[in-house]
Design a protein around this ligand. Structure first.
Ligand code: AVJ
Ligand code: FE
Length: 437
C-alpha cells in the first residue's frame, strides 16, 4: 500500500467512526425526540444531523471536489449564523428521514472525492486539512448532541460501561517552574486556525492541581454555603448566581443528606471521586476563591500539559507524542461520565499532572483571543468572530470529545454562564519565591 492509499484509508476510517457516532446519537431516540427542542440552548437533533451533512457538502463536495451541489436550497437553513439555536425548531427543516437520506447522499459523494484527493499540503483544495476539519466538525456536533441527550427528559437510551476505577495520585498539587515554553502548533495537520502558530510563551512559577476538582471537594463548597456567600463571587458571577438562581451544579439533586446526579436518564448517588461536571465559569471561579486559590490561565494549563523539563520541549500530548489510546484518557463517549481521579496513570504529563485530556473540559481564566501571528483559516466564522472578552477558553476535552477533535493545543470557548457543556476545572496558585526554587 502506498503512503497516499494509507492516508486515504485513515481519513475514511475517521469519517466512518464519526458517522457511526452520529447514527447512534440520532438513531437512539424516536422521531418526536429528534425534531423537538430539549432546551433553548440546543438545536433539535435533526438540525445538527443535516447541518453536519451541509457543512460536509459545502467543503468537501463543492469546494474540494468541485462537484455540483447536492441541495443548494437548504444552505441558509443550516447556516449557524442565520438562525439562533432557540429558533431552529420553527424552521422548515428536513424531516428525520429526509435528513438521513441527505447526509448519506453527501457522504457517498465524499468517498468518491476522497478516491482522487491528493490529501497533501495545507491548501484547502488539496483536501488534507479539509477532510480533517470536517471529521472534527462532525465529532464536535456529536459532543453537542450528547449534551442535548443529557438535557433530554425521559428514560435512558444511551448505554456504556462505567469508567475505570480511580487510584491515589500522590501530592495534591504540582509545581511548574518559571520560564518559557512552546505554546500552540504550526505542525499538527488538523490543528484549527486558533491553535496556530507555535510561539514562545512564558509563565512565572505556579502550582496546579494534580487532578480536576472532584465532586466531594465541590460538595464541601456547596455545604459551606458557598452559593450564598458574596465574598467568593465576582460581580458578574454574583449577579448571575442570585438572578438564576444557582444552588449547586446542574443535574445535582439532594435527598436528605445525600447528593444524587442525573446523567443521560439515570439517577445515581454522586460519585465523590469523579471530577465535578456541569459547572459554569462563575461557579469554578467562586470555588477557587473559597479554596484560597484561582483558576489557571490558558498559558499555564498548556504548559502543565505539554512542557517536558527534561528536554525543554513541548510534547504533543501530556504523556508523549503518541496519539491517545484507551489507557491514556477518557475520550470518545466510551463512558457516559468523567472517570474518578487517578484512573489514567498512563496519561500523566511530564510534570506529573493527571487527566488533562478527556473527562471534563477545564475552564481557564483567559478570554478567547487569537495568538500573535493568527491567520483566519479557512473561514472567519470558525473562531475569529468569537474573539473578545465575552468568551472564556476551556481546555483538554471531555469524556464526550473524540480523539480526532481534541489536542493539547485545542481551544474551546463558551460564555461564562454556560453549564450544559461537559465542563469542570482545576485550580492553581502562584508559587512564592521560596517555593519556586
Ligand atoms: C468550538 C465547540 C465552540 O460548537 O460552537 C461547530 C464548534 N463550530 N460548528 C461550537 C463548531 C462550528 C464550536 N465550539
Ligand atoms: Fe457546526
Amino acid at each position: 500500500m502506498t503512503g497516499i492509499e494509507r492516508l486515504r484509508d485513515e481519513v475514511a476510517a475517521h469519517l466512518v467512526r464519526a458517522r457511526e457516532r452520529t447514527t447512534l446519537l440520532t438513531g437512539s431516540v424516536d422521531d418526536h425526540d429528534l425534531v423537538r427542542q430539549h432546551s433553548k440552548l440546543m438545536s433539535p437533533l435533526v438540525w445538527d444531523l443535516a447541518h453536519i451533512g451541509n457543512q460536509e457538502e459545502l467543503w468537501l463536495v463543492r469546494d474540494v471536489g468541485g462537484r455540483e451541489p447536492v441541495r443548494s436550497d437548504i444552505d441558509e437553513l443550516y447556516d449557524a449564523f442565520k438562525h439562533a439555536r432557540a429558533n431552529r425548531p420553527e424552521l422548515p427543516l428536513l424531516g428525520p428521514a429526509e435528513a438521513r437520506g441527505y447526509v448519506g447522499e453527501v457522504r457517498d459523494k465524499v468517498f468518491d472525492v476522497l478516491e482522487t484527493s491528493p490529501l497533501e499540503g495545507s491548501r484547502l483544495v488539496d483536501g488534507g486539512f479539509a477532510f480533517g476539519m470536517i471529521v472534527q466538525h462532525e465529532q464536535q456536533h456529536d459532543e453537542t448532541m450528547l449534551a442535548t441527550h443529557q438535557l433530554r427528559v425521559g428514560p435512558a437510551v444511551l448505554d456504556a460501561p462505567p469508567p475505570p476505577r480511580g487510584a491515589p495520585v500522590g501530592p495534591a498539587e504540582v509545581l511548574v517552574p518559571a520560564g518559557p515554553f512552546t505554546m500552540g502548533t504550526s505542525t499538527e495537520a488538523w490543528a484549527l486556525d486558533n491553535e496556530r502558530p507555535a510561539h514562545q510563551a512564558h509563565t512565572d512559577a505556579f502550582f496546579i492541581d494534580t487532578t480536576p476538582v472532584t465532586n466531594a471537594r465541590y460538595a464541601e463548597f456547596v455545604e459551606d454555603g458557598g452559593y450564598a456567600d458574596r465574598r467568593w463571587w465576582s460581580e458578574a458571577g454574583w449577579a448571575h448566581v442570585v438572578k438564576t438562581p444557582l444552588v449547586a451544579p446542574r443535574f445535582w439533586e439532594r435527598d436528605g443528606d445525600r447528593w444524587y446526579r442525573t446523567a443521560f436518564g439515570t439517577t445515581a448517588p454522586l460519585d465523590p471521586d469523579q471530577p465535578v461536571v456541569h459547572v459554569c465559569y462563575h461557579e469554578a471561579e467562586a470555588f477557587a476563591r473559597w479554596a484560597g486559590r484561582r483558576l489557571p490561565t490558558e498559558v499555564e494549563w498548556e504548559k502543565a500539559a505539554r512542557f517536558d523539563p527534561a528536554t525543554g520541549r513541548s510534547r504533543r500530548w501530556p504523556w508523549g507524542d503518541e496519539d491517545p489510546t484507551e489507557a491514556h484518557a477518557n475520550l470518545g463517549q466510551r463512558h457516559l461520565s468523567p472517570a474518578p481521579v487517578g484512573a489514567y496513570p498512563a496519561g500523566v504529563s511530564a510534570l506529573g499532572v493527571h487527566q488533562l485530556i478527556g473527562d471534563v473540559w477545564e475552564w481557564t481564566s483567559t478570554d478567547f483571543h487569537g495568538y500573535g501571528g493568527f491567520e483566519v483559516f479557512p473561514y472567519a466564522e470558525y473562531s475569529q468572530v468569537f474573539f473578545g472578552p465575552d468568551y472564556k477558553v476551556l481546555r483538554g476535552g471531555s469524556f464526550g470529545s473524540d480523539r480526532s477533535a481534541v489536542r493539547s493545543t485545542f481551544r474551546n470557548w463558551d460564555y461564562p454562564i454556560r453549564r450544559q457543556i461537559f465542563a469542570g476545572f482545576r485550580c492553581a496558585r502562584d508559587a512564592s519565591p521560596e517555593e519556586s526554587v
